[in-house]
Ligand binder design. Sequence first.
Ligand SMILES: [Mn+2]
Length: 298
Amino acid sequence: MEPKQAAIITGMKREVELLGQVPPETHGAEITVLDISMAVNAAALRALLEGGNRVRWFDHHEAGRVPKSGLLEAHLDASPSVCTSLLVDRHLGGRERLWAIAAAFGDNLSERAQELAAGLAAPEIEALQEIGETLNYNAYGEERADLCAWPAEVYHDLHAYTAPFDYRKRSTLFARIFSQKQKDEGALRAAQEIYRGAEGVVLALDEGAAARRLLGIFANEIARREPALAHGVLVRLKSGGFRVSLRAPLERPCGASRLALQFPSGGGRAGAAGINHLPESDRDLFISKFKEAFAPPC
Ligand SMILES: [Mn+2]
């Protein structure tokens, strides 16, 4: 809406300390910050404001203390029904609503996205959902080489399109990411069920780029499909043993960290936790502890 000559700084999903990558000698610049927490970037923000830069910030993570400065314009809202694109949409008065809907789908706010999409035809809604979910998928990986395309490249490609439906149809970069996502989904669907009980399911799959990129999304998806069950995904490592990803039942989000902490490399939260390395010889022990940890009432 406000085209400017700009340098783009971006990262993978968990690379969120991005403001520190703005050269510290920057003065009098206009900086737009999207979808990263102000709390984790507080020191860099303070320095840039002291350097006389104007900063405009849109975000939905915990912000911490917001500095008082005439140079800072903050659009912050941590309520679970918004994402950064919906905050930008609010600021723009809905002038680019279709892109906002696509992005809301990408941030797993499909209910909000569906509400905003009321009145669109089903194939249009599907195209917006594919755009959001595919671009969100492209942010995941353990290292940069795992990503199908660097997000800045995606930005420049996408920016050339006015309408998302055109982008969905014509962008070859998008098509490449979309087909890789489908391949990864195929690889993860081949996961083998090694335990199923009244309290949950444990799956095993092989280590590889598909697991590195998609495991987080996959674990959330299977948890949603069977919300009464706990889920464990064992990724078989080439070097031996497993890396474990745990989700408590969505209907009873407790037990995951309690189970993970019974192993030396475990950690996490009550609803979602993990074990960095589970030796092959501890597999059966893990399954018996899994049954214990999620046996109701957990
Ligand atoms: Mn977000």
